[in-house]
Design a protein around this ligand. Sequence first.
Ligand code: CO
Length: 216
Amino acid sequence: MQRFEQLLLENKAWAKEMVAEDPEFFERLANIQKPEFLWIGCSDSRVPPDKITQTQPGEIFIHRNVANLVIHTDLNLLSVLQYAVEVLKVKHIIVCGHYGCGGVKAALSRSSFGIINKWLRHIKDVYRLHTSEIDGLATEEERVNRLVELNIKEQVLNLAKTSIVQRAWKFENQPHLHGWVYDLHDGIIRTLVDIAPGSHLDNPIYEYDNLEHPFN
Ligand code: CO
């Protein structure tokens, strides 16, 4: 049997197990999804959101990309964000990065990697804001891991700068924004930053003052 065929076999076994535990499980989920969380994480295969938080299908709405970036022109991310905030009405948005992130490591180097240069450029721009702090660290591992943390904080701020989040803050007093970092060495998630609904941003130029209700 080839490895991919084993995945399909495992899937059947899993579905059978779920029904054995809870006969209504799939029927219930098939009709509605009402997750409380939007997770924006790295695509890295070692950081599976539902596994590391022991959540079940239906509990987390998930978007993943290289180095968990929130880019304000990324239609994919923005579509997920708008649907999560305005339709699913998630209460929390979690940006979860991880130490040892390959995307961050690549961005911190001067190597060209082809088309992904354009994506990694956003991380270089975060480095540029903290050059002296990062360059002051002794090892490459420390420099990468500090940029991992600073990048997560920057992406949470990027969420707060969107009209989608600001509109929901104004009319729904949610969602809370969280920046988390996962440690591949011990499997533990640590919190880095929390932004409550309605918080002021570092510069008022990012705060829209003419937002209307999304369904007006
Ligand atoms: Co990564």
